[in-house]
Design a protein around this ligand. Structure first.
Ligand code: AMP
Length: 279
């Protein structure tokens, strides 16, 4: 496994692989790797000749009062997880390597970046979009892997790749959960034991909504979900939305495949989760 720190080195190596006819897989992450990330890596290992994991805590996707500085950066542990899974290359650029002072270009998808999480994190998705487009160009990825945990992010990247004619295939991976049902996240490290225990109720409430999707109307489903979530101690809801799987527009009675997505605060930690509901 080779750790690469510069854009030029990764481009050189990736281009060589491309010329050799190798299929390159990219798993973009912000590190603090866990079983969720590992599932993406394993999928790439299965599909691709070469697996590149990028680890970059991207300041462009954090708001001014968010947790950029305190975001966990357990580099040694992350590299161990990559090595254990036979990752070929880990790309760990510095901030200046990715965003030198003269960086001026940002990628935006207004229709998708200002709804749901974007309402509460107005600059988040342009930061995500910009860094992912850069990573695709640097890695020459044939396949790029994204978790459904960040469903809105997955849709954003899928849209960019389609609209801008990238050759990369965007591959979705299911949400990996703890035994309790809690969606695994690097930010779960912020939760106290008690907060972790109560957070596991979120996925149970989503599962109950899934059970009701076929028989109950959407406003009932949303209202009951909000009411149940509000009973969790120390919770503050950012949003509960039911959207069309295809394009994130609001779902209606004709929607066959919807996503119930929530973002909540448990104490000082923001958690997101979602469930796909099909009729
Ligand atoms: P992050 O490091 O949080 O930016 O996540 C990097 C990638 O891992 C994103 O595509 C996430 O959606 C994915 N991911 C994070 N947590 C999970 C999880 N619990 N299950 C599946 N994918 C995940």
């Amino acid at each position: 496994m080779k750790v690469i720190k510069t854009v030029s080195e990764l481009q050189k190596i990736a281009f060589k692989h491309l010329k050799n006819g190798d299929e390159i897989g990219l798993v973009p992450t912000m590190g603090a790797l866990h079983q969720g990330h590992e599932s993406l890596i394993l999928k790439s290992k299965k599909n691709d000749d070469v697996t590149i994991v990028s680890i970059f805590v991207n300041p462009a996707q954090f708001g001014p009062n968010e947790d950029y500085l305190k975001y966990p950066r357990p580099t040694t542990k992350d590299l161990q997880l990559c090595k254990k899974n036979h990752v070929d290359y880990v790309f760990m650029p510095t901030l200046n390597e990715m965003f030198p002072n003269n960086h001026k270009t940002f990628v935006e998808v207004p229709d998708l970046q200002n709804i749901m999480c974007g309402k509460f994190r107005p600059t988040h998705f342009r930061g995500v979009a910009t860094v992912v487009v850069k990573l695709l160009n640097i890695s020459y990825a044939c396949n790029a892997y994204f978790g459904m945990k960040d469903f809105q992010q997955f849709k954003l990247i899928e849209t960019i790749v389609k609209d801008l004619n990238f050759k990369t295939k965007v591959i979705s991976c299911p949400i990996v959960r703890e035994k309790s049902g809690l969606a695994i996240s690097s930010r779960n490290l912020y939760l106290s034991t008690q907060e972790k225990e109560i957070s596991s109720k979120i996925s149970k409430i989503l599962k109950e909504a899934l059970r009701d999707f076929k028989n109950k109307n959407l406003s009932y489903l949303k209202k009951t979900t909000v009411n149940k979530l509000n009973k969790i101690p120390h919770i503050k809801i950012d949003y509960v939305d039911i959207v069309n799987f295809k394009d994130l527009s609001f779902a209606d009675k004709d929607t066959k495949k919807a996503v119930l997505a929530v973002a909540v605060w448990i104490g000082k930690t923001r958690l997101i989760d979602n469930i796909i509901m099909t009729k």
